[in-house]
Design a protein around this ligand. Structure first.
Ligand code: ASP
Ligand code: MG
Length: 402
């Protein structure tokens, strides 16, 4: 008998009739002879609404109480979904993260799952029940409720699938799958039938917001096959799994763009050991996430270091950078938050030379200036001016996705 974990996002359970639809889909999967575990997010925009309430009460809510509050969203959905399934004449039971044995570290609001002990889930499955688990939450060693970061129900689903050695983890959402680019920006974007974990990881972290990047990491590490599909129709979604052979891969599978980017440059950093350590350790200690880092060629024992952060972190980063500049004796710093990152991603890039050059050719032809470049084996990213990003992704899509 196959075990299938199905995850439904907030938009898939936004109101009672949608919850009933989900129940139908779940029992259909059960009827096909599967053991079914369902992970749900909070109804619609509940999590945002709960956060709005917090801001009406206080500016300093405390992270423990925020998690206490936010975790209630998913508890509403699991209970309602279990009731809807029971109403259809099947037997369902709902579990909070704790009851499902999901243990996390104590980093409230961005906790990581450290262990899953799915004993109760297994017991109920053995009793032929459908188990409905609250996404986005777990329990710390000291017994506190912790949440996994926005979009965290994806990670709950994949982690549970790994712990249960499930045959498939289906992520149901409001889009039909993973597209070659954001269809709202690139009208000619098409749905991909399949994609590798690594490509999905790049796309997920590059701003293609279909899946929480951490969920993809989990899936890759535990080889959990994922299917990303819509809860509003019956189309086959996109399968995320291991690639069979890199040689058969497309050089470029998808184009991503991310507007949540700001760049910071530090001028004339002294060229001696320990400078980069100083800069990036200080930023890391302030919990500022750095993405691209570029250092140029040394001239007169000095070097410029340029890096990017999210726009949300920029305000906190600037005073930190100012202090670093003084401390290390750099000559100054600049920043710009009107930039965007456009990227091409494809597992076949490894074996296809010239893909990066083709990308630069397209941008040049469109008169788009490249401000920073970074690459990995399977992606090339460029920082450009924000107001040129739509033109850039469309031109890149036309060039690479045929
Ligand atoms: N409800 C949480 C959020 O909106 C978790 C999730 O949807 O995955 O981020
Ligand atoms: Mg949500």
């Amino acid at each position: 008998m196959r075990t299938i974990v199905q995850k439904f996002g907030g938009s898939s359970v936004a109101d009672p009739s949608l919850i009933k639809n989900v129940a139908q889909r779940v029992v259909h999967t059960k009827d096909e002879g599967n053991r079914v575990v369902v992970v749900v997010s909070a109804l619609g925009d509940t999590t945002d609404e709960l956060l709005d309430l917090v801001h009406k009460i206080t500016d300093h809510p405390g992270e423990r109480e925020i998690d206490m509050l936010l975790s209630t969203g998913e508890q509403v959905s699991i209970a309602l979904l279990a009731m809807a399934i029971n109403k259809l004449g099947y037997s369902a039971i709902s579990f909070t993260g704790f009851q499902a044995g999901i243990y996390t570290d104590d980093a409230h609001s961005k906790a990581r799952i450290i262990k899953i002990d799915p004993q109760r889930v297994r017991q109920e499955l053995d009793q032929d029940k459908i188990v409905v688990v609250a996404g986005f939450q777990g329990i710390t060693e000291s017994g506190e409720i912790a949440t996994l970061g926005r979009g965290g129900s994806d990670t709950t689903a994949v982690a549970l699938a790994a712990a249960l050695k499930a045959d498939l983890c289906e992520i149901y959402t409001d889009v039909d799958g993973v597209y070659t680019a954001d269809p709202r920006v690139v009208p000619s974007a098409v749905k991909l039938d399949s994609i590798s974990y690594d490509e999905m990881l790049e796309l997920a972290s590059l701003g293609a917001l279909v899946l929480q990047p951490r969920a993809v990491e989990f899936a890759k590490n535990y080889a959990v096959p994922l299917s990303i599909r819509s809860s509003f129709n019956d189309y086959e979604g996109t399968l995320v799994g291991e690639v069979e052979s890199v040689e058969n891969c497309r050089p470029v599978s998808g184009i991503a763009h991310d507007l949540n980017v700001a760049k910071i440059g530090i001028f004339d950093v002294p060229d001696c050991p320990g400078m980069a350590r100083k800069i990036f350790l200080t930023l890391a200690n302030e919990k500022i996430n750095v993405d691209m880092i570029i250092q140029g060629w040394v001239r007169d024992d000095r070097n410029d270091i340029v890096f990017t952060v999210t726009r949300g972190d920029l305000e906190r980063a600037l005073p930190v950078v100012e202090a670093i500049v003084k401390e290390i004796g750099a000559s100054g710093f600049v920043y710009n938050d009107q930039v965007a990152k456009v990227s091409i991603v494809g597992a076949g890039m490894v074996t296809n030379p010239g893909v990066a050059a083709d990308m630069f050719k397209v941008l040049a032809r469109e008169g788009i200036n490249i401000e920073m470049i970074s690459t990995s084996e399977i992606k090339v990213s460029c920082i450009i001016q924000e107001d040129q990003s739509i033109k850039a992704v469309n031109a890149l899509h036309a060039e690479f996705i045929k």
